[in-house]
Every structure is written in C-alpha cells, then in structure tokens.
Design a protein around this ligand. Structure first.
Ligand SMILES: Cc1ncc(C[n+]2csc(CCOP(=O)(O)OP(=O)(O)O)c2C)c(N)n1
Length: 588
C-alpha cells in the first residue's frame, strides 16, 4: 500500500499553531499513540528534552543507549506497538546500532530518534558528529535525515508507518539541532504517500487454493511457524488452521507462544537445540507448511538435507524471504494472518470431499509424532546435591504456568528456557533470536514491564550477559519496575564453554567468569532485594519469594557449572543428526 490515511484518537493540537521542531516531534509522537519512550539526552537533543520537560509523554532515562533500543524492543514485542527510543548525536547514536540490528534481525517495529549536529556543521567533523545516516543504513529497515522543519512531521509519520507495516523493522530519524530549535506553523499530516514502498498483504488467491489442495493431499503435513505469526498477530488463525487440518506444528525460537505450548498439536521448538520430535517431524514430513519464517540456518541445519522429502508451501510478507534459502513449491507473498484466514476458508470448503482421503495416513503420522515425543522428551531431570539449569527452568515453568512474560539473554540459559518454559499466549517469550545480543534480557524486561504492568515479568540471564546489563538496575529501581531477574549462574560464558568442550577438545579459553557480585549486596545497593541460592531444596521457596516481593528482585541461582544443552545439532549438520549427550568413553 502506498497511500494511507492517518487516524489518531489522541488529543490534538490545533492546526497552524506556532511550534518548535522539538514540540512538533512530540505532537507527532502523541498522534502516533506513543505514551512512553526510552532515551538518553545529550548536547544536540537538549532542545527536545526541554520541550519534554512539561509534556505528558513518559520518558524513561536508561543508563546506556543500547538499552534504550532493547527496552523499546521489549515494549514492542510485548504489545505489538511501535517501540520508541532516542539518543543524542555521535556516541549516543552509535550506541544505538546493536539494538537497531537486533530489531532488524527479529523484525521488531522501532522508531529511533537521533540528534544530529547543527546543519551548518554537518561534514565538518564537529564535536559529537557521526555519520549516523550512513552508519545506520544497513542496520535499519529505513532511515531518514531531516533537513528542514517543514518536512519533520511528514517524516516522523512515515517512519512509524514503515516501521509497523509489511515486515516490521527499525526506522531511524536523524534530526539536526537547528531543526529541533526552529519554529514554524504546525500542519498535521493526514496521509502517507510512499510510491516506492509496496506491501503485499493479501496473498495470491490461486496459490492459496493450490496450497489448500496440497494440504488435504498430504500424508505427513507439518507446520513450521515462525516469528511472523507473532508479528502479524496471527495466533488465532494458526490455531484454527492447526485444528482444522489436525496437523502437528513447531514454533521457532521467535514464535514460541504463537501456538500455545499446551496445545495438543504443538510439538516444540525445532533446530539446533530443538526437540527430537520437532526435528524428526521436519525431516520426515511430505509437506512443510512454512508460515512467517525465514528458514534460518539455526533451524534448517544443512540445507541440502532439510525436509528433503517435502514439498514446501511458504507464506511470508517479505518477498525477499520467499525462495531465499529454500525454493518453495507454492510461494505465497502476503500477511500470514490474512493468508491464513483465506486458506482456512478454502480448506473448510474443500474438507467434506478432500479431508477423508488421507485421514488414515495422517492419523498414523500424528501417532508417529507422539511416539517421537515420548521416546526422547527434553531432559528436565533434577539432582539432590546441585541445581541443574534444567531444574531451574522446570520450576519457572511450573510457577509461571504459561502465563508470565519471560525475557531472556543469550546463551545456554536462553536455550533451556526456550525448551522447558511453556508459553500459552503470544508475546510472552521475548528474546534476541537473530542477532543473539548478550545484554538484551534485562532492558527488554524493563520495556515489557512498562508495557504490561499487570504481568509477572522474569528476566532470565546468564552470569555473563547480566554483567553487560548491570547499569540498568538503576533504571529498574528508579522506575519501580517489579522485574524478577533470575541469574542462571554457571560461572562460565556457558554456551561458548559448551562449544569449546565439545568441539575444541575442552580447551577452555577466556570463558571463566570467576568474579560475580554478591547479589544481595548488589540489589540492596540499588534499594531492592536479592539473594543467592545453590541448593535444590531452596529453589521453589526462593522463586516464590521473588515473585511475592513487591518490587524488583535479583535471584542469583548457582547451577551445575558444566551442563550442556541437548539435543544439539553440530553446526552445519543435518537436523536429524542430533547429539543427545556427551560422547561416551570407548572401552576396549
Ligand atoms: C554481545 C555479545 N558478545 C558475545 C556473544 C557470544 N556469546 C554467545 S553465548 C555467550 C556466552 C553467554 O554466557 P552467559 O551470559 O553466562 O550465559 P550462559 O551461556 O552461561 O547461559 C557468548 C559470549 C554474544 N552472543 N553477544
């Protein structure tokens, strides 16, 4: 769609009012329904922060600009709304880059505002000048450099439109100081007209009909649901589809909760640390129905052997994804929600005649999946003498009952959390999937808790990633966010240690974390509660205490240091070639 009429329910400033650029920006944010954003000020954004001084929009002062993006992502991922963040020129803007790439990789709608030096100084190596536009070009879905006050409102609304439409992503708007300061008559923007930007939402009717026929003809159909299901709010349509066809389904790391974990047709997560049943299902199916997913290498393993017996239906809103890694038999470019609505209708229509034909083969296929699930479930084993990481996740799973928001950092704990914690709704599981950016978990939890004050929010971190995010404890404390930070403390950069153990002859190089702060003292330094535990019998009570505590809580859980995440598909291997444990010693 190239032209769009903007609608807003927010109170509006009257047309023609004399305003500064900073005030216009705030007015545009209000019109976009923004009530909260994350940022860090600096020289060139002082005029903007001055306008913010007596404005009702809530600004959360983070402690590092990277975390402003992560927090905005947490907000966006928990709600589906556009997350907003702001940084000053130069170092402030360059600190945004990791977060922007993260949002880009995971298709998260973000609008980032960066300040720029005075227009007259651009190109002169002025103090705190950086080529933010150039630096962020490959890190964003789109970016803008505002040159005049007159174009500011139009650009801001276009930024929101681009961030949220089609395949969502981050958009950066770079605003020179003099544009913030300039004054002019504000003219509201009512339409977006972007002739070069086209979004195909509907899907090709003929292809949808062919897909429906193929689905009813299949003996071993299998759903491979990706993050697009969450982004498109397509969970209800996915559930209807899965039940209508009675087909087994996996949700990728980005899609967990897209089909409830307690749904009988949900298999689990596929891929490098996916379950046996999920990967065997992918390998042996005769029809792979890929919905809002990008055939990521962490899911497919070796591409040449991935789902090699299967025909493929691929639905995605981004035409660049269709055929990128696997050529589908039926490509459908469209919004997965709209396409599923149409597909469900055609499937219903064809069902009376088509459904019974392969029903016996499909019954056997579902039984096969159940068998695989029972044969090799995920390891949830507990020990008496030490807390296994799996025990920790199992307990969080039990206490959260598929309802809590869980953000995670990156590493072993992320994989165990994804494997073992259930999510019965979308937008509960929030993690850095594509980029795998350590330091994500805590600020993302801040954003999610801001967005959903009603929800129990856990931030599950490794002892490595947590130490990248410690500055944000101040933000959590000052905002009074009751986030429950759970450190899975194994004393290592665990995931790197696991690879060194398994593939580098256990030569552990630069992975030992031999200094970790006292959790109780660290939390109390920020004015909230914390504790360290290491015995299995303490675990349930400690988690319950953390949940019941009326504020933020830092629970440091010392776990078995040398556990590895299994199953594991060695990098580049076929996903059917999973490893389930350490190599057994050979006896002669
Ligand atoms: C910013 C960043 N730096 C480095 C890495 C590489 N990396 C991936 S996992 C990992 C180890 C994480 O250790 P920890 O946070 O303790 O979690 P664990 O694996 O032990 O659960 C590292 C260093 C990364 N993903 N992100």
């Amino acid at each position: 769609m190239a032209a769009e009429t903007l609608q807003s329910t927010s109170p509006r400033t009257e047309t023609g009012k004399l305003m500064s650029g900073a005030e216009m920006l705030l007015e545009c944010l209000v019109r976009e329904g923004v009530d909260c954003f994350f940022g860090y000020p600096g020289g060139v954004t002082i005029p903007f922060y001055d306008a913010l001084y007596d404005h009702h929009i809530r600004h959360v002062l983070v402690r590092h600009e990277e975390n402003a993006v992560f927090a905005a992502e947490g907000f966006a991922r928990a709600t589906g709304k556009v997350g907003v963040c702001c940084a000053t020129s130069g170092p402030g803007a360059t600190n945004l880059v990791t977060g922007l790439v993260d949002a880009m990789m995971d298709s998260i709608p973000i609008v980032a505002i960066s300040g720029q030096v005075h227009s007259k100084l651009i190109g002169s190596d002025a103090f705190q000048e950086a080529d933010t536009f150039g630096i962020t070009r490959p890190a964003t879905k789109h970016n803008f450099m505002v040159k005049t006050l007159q174009e500011l409102p139009q650009i801001v609304h276009e930024a929101f439109y681009i961030a949220a439409s089609g395949r969502p992503g981050p958009v950066l708007v770079d605003i020179p100081k003099d544009v913030f300061q300039a004054r002019g008559h504000y003219a509201p923007v009512d339409t977006i007209h972007l002739p070069g930007y086209k979004v195909f939402t509907e899907g090709h009717t003929g292809q949808i009909r062919r897909a429906a026929q193929l689905i009813w003809e299949a003996e071993r159909p299998f759903v491979y649901a990706g993050g697009g299901i969450i982004a498109a709010n397509a969970a209800p349509e996915l559930k209807e589809f899965v039940e209508l066809v009675d087909v087994p389904a996996v949700c990728t790391l980005m899609a967990l909760g897209g089909l409830a974990s307690n749904h009988p047709n949900f298999v689990s997560m596929p891929g490098m640390h996916g379950s046996y049943a999920a990967n065997m299902g992918m390998t042996d199916c005769d029809l792979l129905i890929a919905l809002g997913t990008r055939f990521d290498d962490r899911v497919t393993g070796q591409l040449s052997t991935f789902a090699r017996h299967a025909r493929v239906i691929h639905v995605d809103i981004d035409p660049a994804e269709v055929g990128k890694n696997r050529t589908p038999d039926i490509p459908i470019v469209g919004d997965v929600k709209r396409v599923l609505q149409k597909l469900n209708r055609v499937l219903h229509e064809l069902a009376p005649e088509a459904a019974p034909k392969k029903s016996e083969a499909r019954r056997k296929w579902r039984a096969q999946l159940r068998e695989w699930k029972e044969e090799r479930p995920y390891d949830r084993g507990h020990l008496d003498e030490e807390i296994r990481p799996q025990h920790l996740m199992d307990e969080i799973d039990r206490l959260s009952n598929g309802q809590a928001i869980v953000t995670s950092d990156v590493g072993q704990h992320q994989m165990w959390a994804a494997q073992l914690i259930g999510f019965n709704e979308p937008r509960l599981w929030i993690n850095s999937g594509g980029l795998g950016a350590m330091g994500f978990g805590v600020p993302a939890a801040m954003g999610a808790q801001m967005a959903r004050p009603d929800k129990l929010v856990f931030a599950i971190c490794g002892d490595g990633g947590f130490q990248m995010a410690i500055p944000e404890l101040a933000t959590i404390a000052s905002q009074g966010l009751p986030v429950k930070i759970i450190i899975m403390n194994n004393g290592y950069l665990g995931m790197v240690r696991q690879w060194q153990t398994l593939f580098y002859n256990n030569r552990l190089s630069a992975v030992t974390l031999d200094c970790f702060p006292d959790a109780e003292k660290l939390a109390s330094a920020y004015g909230f509660a914390g504790r360290t535990i290491e015995k299995p019998h303490e675990l349930t009570k400690a988690l319950q205490e953390a949940i019941a505590y009326p504020g933020p809580y830092l629970l440091n859980v010392k776990v078995s240091p040398e556990e590895n995440v299994y199953p594991m598909v060695p990098a580049g291997g076929s996903i059917s070639e999973m490893v389930f444990g350490p190599p057994q010693p050979v006896t002669v």
